[in-house]
Ligand binder design. Structure first.
Ligand code: SF4
Ligand code: SF4
Length: 400
């Protein structure tokens, strides 16, 4: 009886991943990209929510969450990440699928040129896709079509394409086998319940020594010799063995995925996995709480370094300040600046402190003066308040 194949499931997961990578840059929510680090706007769009660079702690939190989640996946699934989801593996799998299925079997003479053509096409697509995570796809196209106006982007695109092409034609899986540090790092995260691929001890005696599993392995491993650090958990040897054994009386393959390193250990949360799960949940909750409760306005004030304090004809003092106002909401807002509470004697604001319009997810700078009138001594501290409409939106203390 035919046994289920791992390759079908792996290719399905990889197809989903490729579709997500290619299509997500085109998805938007309420006019905002679903997920993009927009360099021109210095804004990370996360599920459509804009996080400007001045909220960098949120971006750092997100990066930390991604790193810890990745470690958690490693502690749970071992090197299955490498064999199923790693971009290096996915690109090599796609390239091999196209070389093998579409051409080599049909038009032998065209195999080599077509192999290079496929590698170049895939590499160019990857390079284009990479740009789309940092700027709108339509902008990427227009920049690439105007090489004189945007030479840096065009050169970077060509270098990325060349890098991908050399990777697919020369390096191939040698990188996974000999250079990628992740395999070594992964062994440090092995836990009591980590998913492993192994030659099953209980059926070892039934092995026909046909070596189909070895021939199928892209990493040239003989999994019958036990766990090897180069194994990427792709499952090709499982399928090869199932193909051989499915017509035999017992009808079961001799290689399979197993949770835990020992026979029958099964899935369980070891100490490392539990700790990583706890940190992941904590970071995810902190990120959600921080994004939901973040201030919709940013307000910073600094002295204009190039403008000296001015003594006006009536003997009063005028100091030039620059206010930076950020609007993190989805609509234009109108702001004003005033001295908070009861203004200290003889202190007033001059210049553009009212009707300051700031577009959605934009910043605006205005110059204004703090005027200390007459013979009064300048106060030690002035608290400036930002109003959004008539709602308080932030305060800043300045020393005149
Ligand atoms: S031993 Fe099996 S799972 Fe490991 S890399 Fe080779 S074919 Fe893939
Ligand atoms: S494919 Fe299966 S039966 Fe053949 S050598 Fe490998 S483990 Fe043994």
């Amino acid at each position: 009886m035919p046994l289920p194949r791992i390759t079908t499931k792996r290719q399905f997961v990889q197809a989903l991943l490729i579709a997500a990578a290619l299509l997500l840059p085109f998805v938007s929510i309420s006019g905002n990209p679903f997920l993009r680090m927009d360099i021109a706007k210095m804004t990370l769009f996360l599920a459509g929510i804009p996080l400007r660079i001045d909220q960098f702690y949120l971006v750092l939190l997100l990066v930390l969450l991604c790193v810890v989640s990745f470690l958690l996946v490693t502690a749970l699934l071992g090197r299955v990440w490498c064999g199923w989801l790693c971009p290096q593996t996915v690109f090599n799998d796609v390239a091999e699928l196209l070389f093998g299925k579409l051409i080599i079997e049909k038009v032998q003479a065209l195999a080599r040129p077509f192999e290079h053509f496929v590698a170049l096409t895939i590499s160019a697509l990857i390079a284009f896709n990479l740009f789309c995570w940092f700027m709108p796809p339509s902008q990427v196209v227009s920049h690439l079509l105007s090489i004189h106006a945007h030479p840096a982007i065009c050169i970077t695109f060509l270098l990325l394409t060349l890098f991908g092409y050399l990777n697919l034609t020369l390096v191939k899986r040698r990188f996974c086998r000999s250079y990628c540090p992740y395999g070594r790092f992964q062994t440090a995260l092995m836990d009591a319940g980590t998913l492993n691929l192994s030659f099953l001890e209980e059926t070892r005696d039934r092995c026909l020594r046909c070596s189909s599993c070895v021939r199928a392995c892209p990493m040239a491993i003989d999994i019958r010799e036990g766990f090897q650090i180069e194994c990427i958990g792709c499952g090709r040897c499982i399928d090869a063995c199932r193909e051989v054994m499915e017509n035999k009386p017992a009808g079961a393959g001799l290689i399979d995925y197993r949770f835990g390193t020992l026979k029958g250990t099964g899935f369980r949360l070891g100490k490392t996995t539990t700790a990583l799960l706890f940190v992941t949940l904590l970071l995810a909750a902190t990120l959600i709480w921080s994004v939901a409760g973040r201030n919709q306005n940013a307000f910073a004030v600094q002295r204009v370094a190039t403008a000296e304090p001015r003594i006006l004809p009536d003997g009063s003092l005028a100091l030039a300040w620059r206010a930076i106002i950020g609007n993190r909401s989805e609509t234009e807002q109108v702001y004003s600046i005033r001295v908070s509470g009861e203004p200290p004697n003889g202190v007033e604001l001059l210049g553009q402190t009212r009707d300051i319009r700031v577009g959605a997810n934009q910043h605006n700078e205005v110059i204004f003066m703090i005027h200390v009138t007459g013979k009064s001594r300048p106060p030690e501290k002035i608290v400036l308040e930002l109003l959004c409409g008539d709602r308080p939106a932030g305060t800043v203390s300045v020393l005149p």
